[in-house]
Design a protein around this ligand. Structure first.
Ligand SMILES: [Zn+2]
Length: 700
C-alpha cells in the first residue's frame, strides 16, 4: 500500500520538527532538518494547537487556573518549535523555498492567532478566573500570568460583540494586506531609485572597489558603460560621506528623499489607508488613538509620557546639530577662500561629506589603525565572554560536536559559577547574501521552568568575511554591536521564570533594548579592553591614546544622530496620535509631515528624519511593528545610561554588581512589570540626566 496518506505518515515519522530534540538543551537537529519539513510541521503544529485549545475551551469542568491558564501556556509547543527554527533561518540563512513558504504562512498564522483570541468559550473561562483572581491563592508570578493572559485577550478584541469581531477580523486582514503592500512597494521603490551616472568622474571620492561595484550594478541592469549607486532604505546614504562631486551628492540625496511621493511606487495612499484603519480599529477596541492603544502596553503607558520625553530631548538635540552645522559651514568657507572658489550654504547632501572632514581633522586617526586590535575571536572570547565571566562568574566552552545550520556558526555551552548548566549560545557573526541586514538576538529555545526548558539563544551580526586565511578584523562599531547583542543574549540566558509567556526578552519594546544598550559599556571598560584589544600579529596592547581618540570620535556628530532619530520618532507619533476621522488624505500627506516636524521643532532642513513617512518601514510595513513605538530606542536608552551610571558609582566591573543586576533585572523576564523591575534595581525612578550627558545634550 503506497497511498498518499501512508506516504505522508512515513514522512511524518521522519520529520525531526515533529518531535522534541534529543540534543543537549533541545538544540534543533539542524543536520536533519530540510526545507520540506517545515510546511508539514506548521500544518501539524496549527492543527495540534487547535485541538489543545478546543480541549481547554470545551472542558466540562469549571475553569481553574491549572486547566485553563497553565494549560494555555503548555499549548502550541510543536508550532513554537517549527516557528523558532523557521523564522531564525528566514532571517539568517534563507532560500527561495523558505521565502515562498513565508508569504504563504503569514495570513494562516494570523488567522490561527485570531481563532484563539476571539474564541468566546475560551475567553469566558479566562474572564471568569480573572474576576475572582484575588481569591485563587496564586503566587505573584501566577497572578501576573492570569492578569497578562486576560489583558492579551482583551487587547486582541475578545470582549467585542460578535458583529464587532467580524469588523475587527476584516480590519486585521486589510491591515495585513496593506502593510504587506507597503513593504513590497518600498522594496521595489528603493531598488528603482538607484542613481545612474554617466562618467566615472561623477563618483570621484569612492574607492576603486566601490566604483567597480557601481559598474557591475550598471551591467546587471543592462546599462553597460555606466555606473549605478544603489540606495539603502534610510534617508542618509553611505556614499554621501565620500563623494567629492557636489552635484552627485545632491542627486543621490534627492533620489532617496523623494521616494514614495507619487509615481509608480507611491506609498502615500497606503499610508493614508493604514493610518485611518488603525485609528478606526483603536476606537473599536476602546481607545482614542492607535498610539493610546500601543503605549498602554509599553512602560511609557500613555502618548503623553512619550510626548513629554521627546519634547525634552528635541530642543537640545537640534541646538547641537546647529552647532555641528556651523563648524562645517566654517570649513566650507575656509576651503572656498583657500581655493579661490565660491562658498556655498551647507545643504543636507553636504552633511556627511563635511562631517567626515571635521572628524578627521579633529581626531586624527583612521579606521585602518584601529582594526588590527579588534580580531574577531579575541573580541568574542577575551572581550564579550570575558566581561560576562567577570560580572556573573559564568564559564563557557565551545561545542564543536553539535550540529549547526551553517558552517560558520559556533556553539558555546555556558555554565553558572556553581557549575550548573545555563544554556547554549550560538554565534553567527558573518554577513551572507541570504542574511538580512543589521544585528539581532533570537531564541531557538526559550527558558521556562513549567516546560523544563533551558535557553538556546543566537546572536547575529553582519561582519564581512575575509578571504580564506585572512584574519577577521572588526571596526569599533562592530565591537560595540557585539557587546550590544550579547546584552540581549544574557537577558535570554539568565531568564529564570516559570511561565513561557514571561521568558527572557518577552518584555515591552521600550524596555527590551535596555539590557543590550547597557552592556555596550563593557566594550570600553579598561580591564576588558586590555584583555581583548591586542594586535592580531604582535599581541601588543592597543595604545591608550589611540583608544582615547576612538572614544572621543564616537561622541562626535551626536546632534545630527539624535535629531534625525527624534524627527522620525516624532513623525511616527504624529501619524498615530490622530483620532479617527482626522487622518489626512494621501494628497495631504506631505503637508502633514512637514507640519508635524515643524510643530515638534525638528524642522531643521540640513537634518531630515532618518525615515520619511513614505519609506518608514518600522511603522508601516507590518500590522503593528514599531508603529507608535519607534520612540522605544531612546526610552530604553534612558534606563541603559542610568544603569551605566549606577555601575560606575558602585565600583564597575565586579561580581556583586553583576549578580545584583542578574538577580533583579536579567533573570526576571516579564514576570514582573518592567518599570517595577527597573526601580527595584536602580532604587528610584528613571532619570534622564545620564542620557542627556552621554549625548552631549545637557543645557544650562
Ligand atoms: Zn538591540
Amino acid at each position: 500500500m503506497n497511498s498518499p496518506a501512508s506516504a505522508g505518515g512515513a514522512q511524518a515519522a521522519t520529520n525531526p520538527l515533529l518531535t522534541v530534540s534529543t540534543l543537549p538543551y533541545e538544540l534543533p537537529p539542524f543536520d536533519e532538518i530540510t526545507n520540506a519539513h517545515f510546511a508539514p510541521a506548521f500544518e501539524a503544529g496549527m492543527a495540534e494547537e487547535q485541538r489543545e485549545i478546543a480541549a481547554i475551551a470545551n472542558n466540562a469542568s469549571p475553569a481553574t487556573f491549572d486547566n485553563t491558564i497553565v494549560a494555555l501556556e503548555r499549548c502550541g509547543q510543536l508550532l513554537n518549535r517549527a516557528r523558532a527554527v523557521f523564522f531564525n533561518l528566514t532571517s539568517s540563512n534563507t532560500n527561495p523555498d523558505l521565502e515562498k513558504l513565508r508569504s504563504e504562512l503569514a495570513p494562516k498564522l494570523s488567522a490561527h492567532s485570531d481563532s484563539i483570541y476571539l474564541n468566546p468559550a475560551l475567553f469566558a473561562r479566562v474572564s471568569a478566573l480573572h474576576e475572582k483572581r484575588a481569591s485563587l491563592g496564586l503566587d505573584p508570578e501566577s497572578l501576573r500570568l492570569l492578569d497578562r493572559t486576560y489583558t492579551l485577550f482583551v487587547r486582541a478584541g475578545a470582549r467585542l460583540s460578535d458583529n464587532d469581531k467580524v469588523t475587527l477580523r476584516r480590519m486585521n486582514e486589510q491591515l495585513s494586506t496593506l502593510t504587506t503592500q507597503f513593504s513590497q512597494t518600498v522594496l521595489k521603490g528603493v531598488n528603482a531609485a538607484a542613481v545612474v551616472f554617466d562618467k566615472a568622474s561623477d563618483l570621484d571620492g569612492l574607492s576603486e572597489q566601490q566604483i567597480a561595484v557601481a559598474a557591475e550594478a550598471a551591467r546587471s541592469r543592462k546599462l553597460e558603460g555606466k555606473w549605478v549607486i544603489a540606495l539603502l532604505n534610510t534617508t542618509g546614504q553611505p556614499p554621501l560621506s565620500q563623494l567629492k562631486n557636489r552635484a552627485s551628492r545632491e542627486r543621490i540625496y534627492k533620489a532617496s528623499l523623494d521616494r514614495g511621493w507619487g509615481g509608480e511606487f507611491d506609498t502615500t495612499k497606503l499610508i493614508a489607508q493604514i493610518v485611518a484603519l488603525r485609528a478606526d480599529r483603536a476606537v473599536l477596541l476602546g481607545y482614542p488613538t492607535h498610539a493610546a492603544y500601543v503605549t498602554e502596553d509599553e512602560t511609557a503607558l500613555t502618548p503623553d509620557a512619550v510626548n513629554k520625553m521627546l519634547a525634552q530631548l528635541a530642543p537640545p538635540a537640534v541646538a547641537n546639530a546647529k552647532q555641528e552645522a556651523a563648524a562645517m559651514q566654517a570649513l566650507i568657507d575656509a576651503q572656498a577662500k583657500t581655493n579661490g572658489t565660491q562658498a556655498f550654504k551647507l545643504a543636507p547632501w553636504d552633511w556627511d561629506f563635511y562631517a567626515e572632514q571635521v572628524r578627521a581633522a579633529k581626531y586624527a586617526y583612521d579606521e585602518s589603525q584601529v582594526r588590527p586590535y579588534f580580531e574577531m575571536n579575541r573580541v568574542l572570547v577575551d572581550g564579550v565572554l570575558f566581561a560576562a565571566h567577570e560580572l556573573y562568574g559564568i564559564t563557557f566552552k565551545e561545542r564543536k560536536d553539535l550540529p549547526v545550520y551553517q558552517e560558520d556558526v559556533r556553539v558555546f555551552e555556558l555554565w553558572n559559577a556553581d557549575g550548573s548548566p545555563l544554556g547554549l549560545f550560538l554565534v553567527d557573526w558573518y554577513a551572507r547574501d541570504n542574511k538580512r541586514g543589521g544585528a539581532w538576538m533570537n531564541s531557538f529555545v526559550e527558558q521556562s521552568r513549567l516546560l523544563g526548558k533551558r535557553p538556546v539563544v543566537v546572536n547575529n551580526l553582519n561582519i564581512p568575511k575575509p578571504p580564506k586565511g585572512q584574519p577577521t578584523l572588526l571596526t569599533f562599531d562592530e565591537v560595540t554591536t557585539a557587546f550590544h547583542e550579547f546584552g540581549h543574549a544574557v537577558h535570554g540566558l539568565f531568564s529564570n521564570v516559570k511561565y513561557p509567556q514571561f521568558s527572557g526578552t518577552s518584555v515591552p519594546r521600550d524596555f527590551v533594548e535596555f539590557p543590550s544598550q547597557y552592556n555596550e559599556m563593557w566594550a570600553t571598560e579598561p580591564r576588558v579592553l586590555a584583555n581583548y584589544a591586542k594586535h592580531y600579529q604582535t599581541g601588543a596592547a592597543m595604545p591608550g591614546e589611540l583608544m582615547d581618540k576612538v572614544l572621543a570620535a564616537s561622541k562626535f556628530n551626536q546632534g545630527f544622530a539624535t535629531t534625525e532619530y527624534l524627527a522620525a520618532a516624532l513623525l511616527d507619533q504624529a501619524w498615530h496620535q490622530l483620532p479617527t476621522g482626522k487622518t489626512p488624505s494621501a494628497t495631504d500627506a506631505a503637508a502633514f509631515e512637514a507640519n508635524a516636524l515643524k510643530q515638534a521643532g525638528v524642522d531643521f532642513a540640513p537634518v531630515p528624519p532618518r525615515y520619511r513617512s513614505t519609506y518608514f518601514s518600522h511603522v508601516f510595513a507590518s500590522p503593528i511593528g514599531y508603529s507608535a513605538g519607534y520612540y522605544a530606542y531612546i526610552w530604553s536608552d534612558v534606563l541603559a545610561r542610568d544603569t551605566q551610571h549606577w555601575f560606575k558609582a558602585h565600583g564597575g566591573l565586579k561580581r556583586e554588581n553583576g549578580d545584583l543586576l542578574r538577580q533583579k533585572v536579567l533573570s526576571q523576564g516579564f514576570s514582573v512589570d518592567s518599570l517595577t523591575i527597573f526601580k527595584d534595581f536602580y532604587g528610584k525612578a528613571p532619570d534622564i540626566g545620564p542620557l542627556l550627558e552621554s549625548r552631549g545634550l545637557v543645557t544650562e
